[in-house]
Design a protein around this ligand. Sequence first.
Ligand code: AHR
Length: 340
Amino acid sequence: MRSLKHLVLASTLVLSFATSTMVAPAAAQDKKLTIAFVNTGSESGWRAAFTDAMKSEATKEGIDLKYTDGQQKQEVQIAGIRAAIAQKVDAIVLAAIVETGWDAVLKEAKDAKIPLLLVDRDVKVSDPSLYPVTRVGADFDHEGRLAASFVAMASAGIPKWANGCNIVELQGTTGASAATERAKGFGEVLALFPGLKIVASQNGDFTREGGQKAMEALIKSQNNLKDVCAIWAHNDDMLLGALVALKAAGIKTGAGGILTVSVDGVCDAYKAMADGDFSANVVLLPSLGVQAYQAVRDVIAGKTVPKWTVMPTSTNVAAGNADLYNKYFAAGCPGYYGPQ
Ligand code: AHR
């Protein structure tokens, strides 16, 4: 399993898409920048780590960061972008709560000649000329494919599920690219295995509370998960919340129980792997500040920037690695990738 992890890691290490954009006239690379960072909110442990990383990197680089907490609402994010335009900031960095509905405000930023960059989630625009100058973020589709590959491999090794595996899904925020793309990638791999199918899905909004409520509903609607072989959650927090509901219902997950897989790599997920409650996770790196601010500097300097800087990922598998994850958790989960 560890060699699989390193193969995947090597194959995905910071790939930048070839398509490039020439941008606005040059400005000094070392100018003190004022950047507006418009974030989704504080829904998950990953988000907390991401927000800290964006803020601390800005401080390290002497950037004046104007922060907007989007409170999980697109209208709050749009208001934050408009305020940033009015303040004439040097650039706007957006972590978009949902994919669509941005065209008007993107046009306003463009008309004001303020570069707008995406960090983390993607957006869709009806007018391609309005697409932000670049995106720094992970390949969510690939994360879904890795998660489904884990379920396919692990279930094949369990005699009871070797010929078929019923999966329940905990979905992230409706309309968020992290949810849509992960579901898509997962489905792409499932399509290769006729015995594997999603039998029920519930939305947990990327939160622990949402995951717990969603799992309580699934336990009821799916006969205490008696015929369920795997739980696929679009993030760790929902799975951690689900675990509370599963334990209360006396349903065993992880080693010797229902397989689980989720995305992120928050510290509590490693503890759950060490404890034998979680089976695997796909890592989403939260430290995007360095790449995002470098992209801002490049854009302002008029350099060519890639359309998408893809952050690396890998899969961590609990089986046989409990000691490793225990030590990793005890050390405070340094580096976020899981024990190397
Ligand atoms: O957009 C990234 C996702 O958003 C993370 O996987 C999730 O934890 C967060 O809320």
